[in-house]
Ligand binder design. Sequence first.
Ligand code: NAI
Length: 212
Amino acid sequence: MKKGNKVSMAVIRRLPKYYRYLGELMESDVKRISSQQLSQLTGFTASQIRQDLNNFGGFGQQGYGYNVEDLHTQLGKILGLDRVYKTVIIGAGNLGHAIANYRSFEEEGFKVQAIFDADPRVIGTEIRGIKVRDVKELEDFVKENQIEIGIICTPKVVSQEIADKLVNSGVKGIWNFAPADLRVPEDVVVENVHLNESLFTLSYMLKEKMSE
Ligand code: NAI
């Protein structure tokens, strides 16, 4: 894809799902797949899948379908998963612990370099061998170690202040778990994981189903 060509967020949000299914197909030793078969797996229509992939140059061949390994590699590159990112976690509570302990993120290339907290009872402890540092050291650490992603697992009330510190010290990506909409400059991207909102959506759908 040419630089500057904007692909819609709706397409981008489908790519990780394609990537995941292709990974599973590789594990099952499947070599090639048609858009119809991908459609059955993912629930998206075959034409949707072809359109999505055409944004990046197609990859498929008429009558052959897609080479599973090739497409997996290409999608990995498109998603930026062909490199390693340096990350820090801020907030070593329940969620900070869960994320730090989840090895799969590291295997995908997201390396946790340090964890920060404000509570003296937590500072100095370790999670999976990673030291919990005083949040006062956050900005210096981020600058010195050229951290690219900050993972915010603090209470909502301090999340904007933490985001500002991350941005001021050069972080370009924030993975935000605090239930707040952060204000950041245009060159910084925020991906929110608002678990509460997801739960409320489930609640709505459940309510609709039960009234059918
Ligand atoms: P927690 O209370 O277990 O952990 C928060 C941690 O942040 C504590 O260790 C605290 O000392 C630290 N902290 C407070 N102020 C700080 C500061 N200025 N700088 C650095 N660290 C600071 O909370 P939990 O459950 O881990 O949740 C974290 C965030 O994720 C919250 O915003 C919460 O609303 C959100 N969340 C958590 C969920 C979960 O499953 N645990 C579910 C949905 C949202």
